[in-house]
Design a protein around this ligand. Structure first.
Ligand SMILES: NC(=O)c1ccc[n+]([C@@H]2O[C@H](COP(=O)([O-])OP(=O)(O)OC[C@H]3O[C@@H](n4cnc5c(N)ncnc54)[C@H](OP(=O)(O)O)[C@@H]3O)[C@@H](O)[C@H]2O)c1
Length: 307
């Protein structure tokens, strides 16, 4: 099969002919129609995750997938040949930028039928991250105020829609060129992070969802009510600051979860949530797609069409 592989850390992924992956008993084989790029993909190819995720090279890249089930492992249940599915692959399985990928059955959800495979492929990693940050860690409820940083990104575009659907009031930071986008998605207040200080512009919030770390995370402590919460998918808070301000601080790394992805799929099927796709590249142009995804240019997701 054709696949995008990483031969050495520091290189770009390249397309090669390799064997189909082995199918573990708890997994299903997916005929991949589309994959999508996430920041973790280029962090891995650069070699920054070698300790946490010790892949053997050459390694097939990609975590997000949308496609059709063509084979079901002997211990995999709840899924059948012919089902259209999407998923964020488990860390050590991965390898979705290929004609076939083997994924754990528990990581899969049925793809919403009202969106295409390239649209669906951009949802799992970003969507599960937003879901787990807002609801598992952030405990966001109706009527609360949340500041979502980077509202124009892959995670942010879904986070805004999830928070609005939960009945929260939403402020978000983005570039001014993306003001229209984040307001269409439902943001109640837009803050241009290049010209305004969000901690001055936004009234105190119950929750901040941080994807930037560093200065943005530190300044986020100035916009949370005492007793409120900051969830960060990017960094650690300065030591002692959370306790000093009486703010709960949760750093975390998202996990694949087929059940939560099914809840997200239901919101998409119902027309409540609309994935934002920036662009689609063919598998042959995977290196160019990686370069574009890192350029700061995209709004929403960059997908790889496999079929
Ligand atoms: N821990 C985890 O489990 C996990 C999971 C997913 C993602 N992440 C991390 O979360 C981050 C976002 O991921 P993503 O997929 O949404 O990335 P993305 O699609 O590349 O989006 C990045 C966004 O950041 C915005 N941005 C840049 N500088 C900013 C600033 N100073 N303040 C506010 N927004 C700013 C950009 O907005 P404009 O284009 O409008 O300027 C852009 O829309 C990445 O660093 C990624 O590694 C972590």
């Amino acid at each position: 099969m054709r696949a995008a592989i990483l031969r050495d850390y520091g290189n770009e992924p390249e397309v090669a002919e390799i064997d189909r992956p082995h199918l573990p008993n708890d997994s299903v084989m997916i005929e991949v129609h589309a994959a999508a790029i996430n920041p973790i993909d280029w962090v891995i190819t650069a070699g920054h995750m070698q300790q946490m995720l010790p892949y053997e090279l050459p390694w097939t890249v990609g975590y997000d997938v949308s496609g059709v089930v063509v084979e079901v492992g002997s211990d995999a249940s709840g899924i059948a040949v012919g089902n259209e599915v999407f998923a964020r692959a488990d860390g050590m399985q991965a390898g979705t930028m290929a004609e076939y990928a083997a994924l754990k059955a528990t990581d899969l959800a049925l793809k919403p039928s009202n969106i295409t495979h390239v649209e669906a492929a951009g949802v799992p990693l970003a969507g599960l991250t937003a879901w787990q940050a807002l609801f598992d860690k952030g405990q966001l409820t109706e009527g609360q105020r949340v500041l979502i940083h980077a509202g124009s990104g892959g995670v942010g575009t879904l986070a805004i829609q999830f928070a609005k659907n939960a009945g929260a009031w939403v402020a978000t930071t983005a570039s001014v060129a993306n003001r229209g986008l984040v307001e269409r998605l439902g943001a109640d207040q837009f803050v241009d992070y290049k010209t305004e200080r969000f901690e001055d512009a936004v009234e105190p919030c119950d929750l901040v969802f941080d994807m930037m770390g560093g200065e943005t995370l530190r300044r986020s402590f100035d916009v949370v009510k005492p007793g409120g919460t900051i969830v960060s998918i990017k960094g650690e808070a300065p030591e002692g600051l959370a306790a000093e301000r009486n703010i709960a601080f949760h750093p975390f790394f998202m996990q694949p979860n087929g059940e939560q992805l099914s809840e997200i799929a239901a919101l998409i099927s119902g027309g409540v949530v609309n994935p934002v796709l920036d662009s689609t590249y063919p598998l042959d142009d995977v290196a160019e797609a990686y370069r574009y995804a890192q350029s700061g240019g995209p709004n929403g997701k960059v997908a790889i069409a496999i079929r």
